[in-house]
Design a protein around this ligand. Structure first.
Ligand code: GDP
Ligand code: MG
Length: 440
């Protein structure tokens, strides 16, 4: 793969104390081959190699104490630059709703990415999304979006497959306004190749929806083709961003490197799997480091934060429902999130929980997590399973054992009780209720 090739090249020079002009030339030759083999656009490769060479042979590197490392840094920086330099932020409307339009070829991952992004933005920006099903051509396309919406508890607007996509979008926008959705995601049809009919339809959808972002969804596995597709769509629709999917697969990675410099359109998100949480903001510098095998600690940390084992979350939900959620489970959860972030983040991951108004009161100060742990650990298992038996005497003992005060113990017990009550109320509300199309 591209990474393997580049890493092998980098290894040769990493520890070198001295690097000659010849070494640099040989190294850039190898980089050039590696990039071409990875299906990076040849023009892109040419200018890339040129900048690396200029900078590497320049004064900075040759005078440096560890030229080998300096060169790696140069390559890393140039790769980052190639992919757009800075991370490009999502464009949210100043005046809601924010409208996101998803376009691309069939099978690229539009429907999946729309649902993933709806879920992501709901979590990160606390939005109320509505997805519009405007692919009336692909069999079961509407059903697919509805299924994903159902999983994520995100409503889907559909008028079946007998109404034109433009009309569906028009009415969907009206519905979204009426229901105060501040985030609208429009899933559109794709074709096997770009054709005039598809483009015309997308033009019209664009005209009625005034999107804040037009995302081209491309499959990373298609390599150089992805770049051609991006060029065509961009000429016609003025794309604002690219979502590159299936980067988890065995891709040659070339598309990620050339798409920005060929089309001028930044990659904003990458799909890393089929699951609904497998979507990440695209960071050019991290991608460059990953390609060069320099490790990617930041991404890993971010991933750990975003990935709470789905099974565990469901298990917890089940326990809350059946009122068998104990302080031990609470402690378990705290342990899990200790290094991951505030408790509200964990709660926000439970389906629908982020809509719950009472959430703010249950925020746990991260600094206090240690204290909470200490308090719970100072309880007997009987107390943990049935906190109601914790009387004044027991509270004093627990406070002493955990190095806290009775007030701290009281606060924790109240928090735990409130949390249980609120979750039960919330679950009771959604449970058993038939979902109407807008999930009201
Ligand atoms: P659409 O035709 O553009 O709407 O594409 P879909 O959203 O239906 O996706 C096509 C297939 O690709 C589905 O099986 C998805 O699960 C899969 N897919 C989408 N994104 C990713 C990704 O990032 N990684 C992997 N491995 N599969 C993906
Ligand atoms: Mg689709």
């Amino acid at each position: 793969s591209l990474s393997d090739r580049l890493q092998a090249t980098m290894k040769k020079i990493r520890g070198r104390g001295k690097v000659s002009e010849n070494d640099v030339k040989q190294m850039t030759r190898e980089i050039r081959l590696a990039l071409l083999e990875a299906d990076v656009n040849f023009k892109v490769v040419k200018s890339f190699v040129k900048s690396v060479q200029e900078r590497a042979i320049g004064q900075d590197v040759m005078k440096s104490l560890t030229p080998g490392q300096q060169i790696i840094k140069v390559v890393q920086e140039e790769l980052t630059e190639l992919m757009g330099g800075e991370q490009t932020k999502l464009n949210l409307a100043l005046k809601p709703p924010t409208v996101l339009l998803f376009v691309g070829l069939q099978g690229a991952g539009k429907t999946t990415s729309a649902a993933k992004l709806a879920n992501y933005i709901r979590k990160t920006h606390n939005k109320k999304p509505l997805m519009i099903a405007a692919d009336i051509y692909r069999p079961a396309a509407i059903k697919q979006l509805q299924t994903l919406g159902g999983q994520l508890n995100i409503p889907v607007f559909s008028l079946g497959d007998q109404v034109s996509p433009v009309e569906i979008v028009r009415q969907g926008m009206e519905q979204a306004r009426a229901d105060h959705h501040d985030l609208i995601l429009i899933d559109t049809a794709g074709r096997l190749h770009i054709d005039e009919g598809l483009m015309e339809e997308l033009d019209q959808i664009k005209a009625v929806s005034h999107p804040d972002e037009i995302f081209l969804v491309v499959d990373a596995m298609t390599g150089q083709d992805a770049v051609n597709v991006a060029t065509s769509f961009n000429e016609r629709l003025d794309l604002t961003g690219v979502i590159m999917t299936k980067l988890d697969g065995d891709t040659r990675g070339g598309a990620a490197l050339s798409i920005r410099s060929v089309t001028g359109t930044p990659i904003k998100f990458v799909g890393m799997g089929e699951k609904m949480d497998a979507l990440e903001p695209f960071h050019p510098d991290r991608m460059a480091s990953r390609i060069l095998g320099m490790g990617d600690v930041l991404s890993l940390i971010e991933k750990a934060q975003a990935t709470i084992d789905e099974e565990k979350a469901q298990d917890m939900q089940q326990k809350l429902l059946s009122a068998s959620f104990t302080l031990d489970d609470f402690l378990d959860q705290i342990g899990q999130i200790r290094n991951m972030g505030p408790l509200e983040d964990l709660l926000a991951m439970m389906p629908g929980a982020n809509k719950f108004k009472g959430m703010k009161n249950m925020q746990v100060d991260e600094k206090k997590i240690g204290q909470i742990e200490a308090i719970i650990r100072s309880m007997t298992s009987q107390e943990k399973n049935d906190p109601d038996i914790i009387n004044a005497g027991r509270k004093k003992r627990i406070a002493l054992g955990s190095g806290t005060s009775v007030a701290d113990v009281n606060r924790l017990l109240k928090q735990f009780k409130d949390m249980k009550k609120m979750m039960k109320q919330f679950m009771g509300k959604t449970k058993g209720k038939k979902r109407n199309p807008f999930n009201l």
